[in-house]
Design a protein. Structure first.
Length: 111
């Protein structure tokens, strides 16, 4: 009986921690100038496009600019291939962390 109660409590805690992580992930509209464009293939042979854009950030009251990767996979690759360096990239993106750095994945392009 005690073991069953313990398993229920552990399951609830794990479910809550997963839900909290998902709840704080927000999509946003990104509208930045493209610094560079790279078209490549992943290990499975699928094409992807990587944009590098400059993003303004603030940390502890200090404002700075940093370069951020914006990735296009799957259905967004064809549209992404039409963009060039110097153009404005306007897209709905979701943020993710890769190797300790924030990057974005394109969900849809905004015209």
């Amino acid at each position: 009986m005690k073991r069953a109660a313990y398993l229920v409590i552990v399951s609830v805690v794990i479910s809550m921690s997963i839900s909290i992580g998902i709840a704080f992930a927000q999509d946003k509209v990104l509208d930045n100038k493209i610094e560079s464009v790279t078209i490549d293939k992943d290990k499975n042979g699928n094409e992807y496009v990587r944009f590098i854009v400059e993003e303004a950030r603030e940390l502890s009251g200090i404002k700075y600019n940093t370069s951020v990767a914006v990735m296009a996979f799957g259905e967004t690759v064809q549209a992404a291939k039409s963009y060039r360096e110097g153009q404005s990239l306007k897209a709905v993106v979701s943020s993710r962390e890769y190797q300790g750095r924030v990057s974005y994945t394109i969900l849809a392009f905004v015209n």
